[in-house]
Design a binder for this molecule. Structure first.
Ligand SMILES: Cc1ncc(COP(=O)(O)O)c(C=O)c1O
Length: 390
């Protein structure tokens, strides 16, 4: 392929290395291990003296194709695919942190990410401070001499809070720390954090990269070098590797990523505008709305607002559950990023395991609902929500 190839072309063509059979669609290499020609070749591959696959916990051609394609879409040199989004965050944390290190993390991150830093990494001597993700002063104030990692999501799950990637990248650089951005909500189709100065991008490929709610997967993306080598080293040893079957499904997902993100973002904006006019609603959270506190920043760093709309209904948990239970089409499920619209009550599901104080600090109220807008007709999504809101 030519050097300067457009995003849409990379989404279809990057990472293709045809086998001797000349298959058109990417081959799915469902194999645990690879056969050596002789003992000397086996030994050479194990010592690293010869290139080639050994075992699918280390490398697999279908997984490599997915890694190559996602790296190309993020504008990066390297990608390590993992079994899930959480194992991507774990692999990154285990590779870049050691006992005595400190992390600054946005308080507005996915519930399991809070758990991972506050309950798991702390057992290994890694301390984490949680800060208001949108406040640069809060990030700066939380920095310590031993801060090694800044971690955030933008837009955040579920409140779509926007963090200033370029400003935080500069801050991280001054502090001698790495900036990792969970790009789950935007995907590279809408936002490319590495181009804004971030060091690492995290993905829950389970979400929009698959796009159709079929498989779990994850990835860490960054520049080639010791950090990415360390992440790969952890994965190869500890084993939360992506399965070749899932990698193949994700390759197919990437082919339609930009088209889906555009269509779902446009529908989400219209839904958000419609919700803002509804009487039973306290507040709508969507980065593409003028009323969003970081609307201007969102416009600078994202191409569109994304497909997740959160809103606070008047009447707390009871009113929120009424909206959920009145739906007949929208799926009541914890996942997002699907072409089928999903609805979640974060306070009792995705963020139910974090403490009430942490939930309050993250601004997740009892009346909050998160809708991940899919590709159904917008009028049908509206009619399904109208029933419970009315
Ligand atoms: C923003 C974000 N990051 C990470 C994850 C974790 O991904 P996975 O479920 O693939 O482990 C999720 C899951 O919902 C998420 O929403």
């Amino acid at each position: 392929m030519a050097d300067q190839v457009e995003f849409d072309t990379l989404a279809l063509r990057a990472g293709i290395h045809r086998s001797q059979f000349g298959e058109h669609s990417e081959a799915m290499y469902l194999t645990s291990s690879f056969v050596f020609e002789n003992a000397a070749q086996a030994a050479a591959r194990f010592t690293g003296g010869a290139e080639g696959n050994i075992y699918s916990r280390f490398t697999n051609p279908t997984v490599s194709a997915f890694q190559e394609r996602l790296a190309a879409l993020e504008g990066a040199q390297a990608c390590v695919a993992t079994a899930s989004g959480m194992s991507a965050i774990l692999a990154m944390a285990m590779a870049v942190l050691k006992a005595g290190d400190h992390v600054v993390c946005s308080a507005s991150v996915f519930g399991s990410t809070v758990q991972l830093f506050s309950n798991v990494m702390c057992k290994f001597g890694v301390d984490t401070s949680f800060v208001a993700g949108a406040s640069l002063a809060a990030w700066e104030g939380a920095l310590r001499k031993n801060t090694k990692l800044l971690f955030l999501e933008t837009p955040s799950n579920p409140l779509t809070e926007i963090a200033d990637i370029a400003a935080l990248a500069a801050l991280a650089k001054r502090a001698g720390a790495l900036l990792a951005v969970d790009n789950c909500f935007c995907t590279p189709a809408l936002q490319q954090p590495l181009r804004l100065g971030a060091d690492l991008v995290i993905h829950s490929a389970t979400k929009y990269l698959d796009g159709q709610g079929r498989v779990l997967g994850g990835a860490v993306v960054g520049e080639r070098g010791p950090v990415m080598d360390g992440i790969y080293g952890f994965l190869r040893t500890a084993g939360p590797s992506l399965s070749p079957f899932n990698a193949w499904v994700l390759l197919k997902g990437l082919e339609t990523l930009r088209i889906r993100m555009d269509a779902q973002s446009q529908a989400a904006l219209q839904l958000a505008q419609w919700l803002e006019q509804r009487p039973g609603i306290e507040r709508v959270y969507y980065p593409g709305l003028n009323s969003h506190p970081q609307y201007e920043l969102a416009k600078q760093q994202q191409r569109l607002g994304g497909a997740v709309v959160s809103f606070e209904v008047k009447g707390g948990r009871e009113a929120a559950w009424r909206v959920v239970d009145a739906t007949r089409m929208i799926s009541i499920t914890a996942n997002l990023g699907d072409t089928k619209t999903t609805i979640t009550h974060p306070a009792t599901t995705t963020h139910g395991r974090i403490s009430a104080d942490a939930r309050k600090a993250a601004g997740i109220g009892e009346g909050l609902l998160r809708v991940a807008v899919g590709l159904e007709a917008l009028v049908d999504i509206q009619a399904d929500l109208e029933r419970g809101l009315g």
